[in-house]
Design a binder for this molecule. Sequence first.
Ligand SMILES: [Zn+2]
Length: 50
Amino acid sequence: MCSVGGGDFSLEVAKLEVGKYKCNGCGNMFEGMGEKVVCPSCQSENVVKL
Ligand SMILES: [Zn+2]
């Protein structure tokens, strides 16, 4: 018996997706990533992902 294949590579997807965010404080739109995104303009954490 030949066993071919062995697709046992592990998928390590980094959880660093770049997303578009908008700051509710100053209305700035920017790209951010990570779990804690702050507005680059006013350093507010009050941002929403678009
Ligand atoms: Zn801001």
